[in-house]
Write a protein that binds this ligand. Sequence first.
Ligand SMILES: [Zn+2]
Length: 448
Amino acid sequence: MNQNSKMEKLVSLCKRRGFIFQSAEKYGGLQGFWDFGPLGVELKNNLKKSWWQRFVQERNDIVGLDSSIITNPTVWEKSGHVQGFSDKLIECKDCNRRFKDADLDGSEPGPLKCPYCHSEKITKAKDFNTMFKTFVGPVEDSSATAYLRPETAQNIFVNFENIRQATRLKVPFGIAQIGKAFRNEITPGNFIFRSREFEQMEIEYFVEPKNDERWFEKWVVESHQWFIDLGIKKENLRLYKQPKSELAHYSKATTDIEYNFPFSAKGGEKGWAELMGIANRTDFDLKAHDFIYKDENNQEFVPYVIEPSAGVDRAMLAILLDAYEEIKGGRTTTTESNKEVEVVLRLHKSLAPYKVAVLPLSKKEQLSKPALEIYQNLQKHFMTAYDEISSIGRRYRRQDEIGTPYCVTVDFESLEDKKVTVRDRDTMGQDRVEIGDLMEYLDEKLTE
Ligand SMILES: [Zn+2]
């Protein structure tokens, strides 16, 4: 499958089946903003739940936080964002497009060119602060200026002492947060890869300065493993150690976990782009906000911070691309499917929007009545779909396309033997299961 066409097909599937829509599509959309539909919100919630379970629920050294999006602007002065959170903005005098210096066309020797029309008539790069500004209260003046947070990290740092006192946690410990962040990107693009409103999953992990490198390596390994456990193919992931020249000014070391996307997102190699970054932010942040830590022996020091930071939207895009599979001619041998391309979304069961679909073989009340009963019972435990429209083969494929791991078919035999057929998305294997055992059967299958 052509890589670009894979992206186009995924974007189209996402719209058609209700994963992701352009924000306010009715009015032409707004570049860099997206809406997550009925299936998208389920996938997103499942992804966030998986992260939270692994890094908060199952650990005794990390606690959660949900801080405000708009906060005292002093936070962004102390952190350096007001002065330095900027991109280099360039304008083309021929086509009037705006872009970042990193987007410049340097494919040929000689001066750099506009990436769109290849003109050499471009302006000098000027700093453009990518924080969104707003006003708090009824007066729109500089004293009322506030910012939509460009990252969730700073709200964690400013809560360092509150959380330490409330929880009595001792270094090493971490604070985790999932939440929206906003960046006025000059060139948003590649579907939900670079948006102006996005969601982050961040941990700030506080350690003794002398242990920073050990913890950094540990977090790289643990973060990488999490993606593998979510079912992303190992060969589509790689670790990229940022060279000194690329490091942010506060960072002693940064390793990105990159995914092999079907597009080019940075100047260099096609494909590989950042999914998540693990940074050793040293004591830069806690120093900037004037925090100090005292250990059991009354030794005072400023902890170092290791930051594993992942984008929810990017992870979602990688998961969808990785799970997307086309089977020419289809997998089933019934005549109607022979000529079609079948799509199977091989999502990890824990991420699938629907876990199970209930499909009565026919719309006749004789079958729909017991099928609805089964549906209503399963709904209490799993996200369950119900579909009685069109042929059973077509309905299986509709569920395969959105990644539903199990389909339960109620047929005329079910009325006699009180059993249903459970079909597996990946193997297409079918089990005949007693209706009374169905809950337990699915529960086991879904958690195995
Ligand atoms: Zn141009």
